[in-house]
Design a protein around this ligand. Sequence first.
Ligand code: HEC
Length: 128
Amino acid sequence: MPRLFLIGCVWLAASTAAWAQGEALYKVVDGHKVDAETMKGFRAWRSAACDRCHGANQEGMVGPSLINSLKTLSRQEFAKIMAEGRPDKGMPNFAGSPGVMNNLDQLYTYLKARSDGAIKQAKVEPLP
Ligand code: HEC
């Protein structure tokens, strides 16, 4: 168990530093194989059916292209929009959706990797 604990600490430290700098943490291979956390982000995207409004490939529909939005949107801004929505503009809030609220960081990371062009298609699969 000590080894697992150590790995946990290193990951946590890395995440906190990256969060402070507004960076995304992800690993992508071949444009669609992703680390476990990014995979959770994709599952959150699927479970909340964000594609109904933002398009199957995040390219935008009723709602704006998240490929574009995530080029400038910070994690903090993203988290606020998820919790509060923009009811007057047609963006619902997801405060009552544990699948989204418990995976905010992962969802942001997944969308950021799409926006950065690291993930080449919306559908991803776990790295072996
Ligand atoms: C019912 C349609 C709908 C659904 C479902 C929806 N959105 Fe939106 N979303 C919108 C609209 C419309 C806007 C634009 C609001 C505005 O003009 O400020 C928006 C805005 C946003 C923004 C801000 C973009 C920007 O550039 O400011 C983000 C981020 C976002 N949505 C993410 C999501 C995610 C992630 C999900 C799923 C958890 C989701 N949305 C589900 C309609 C939707």
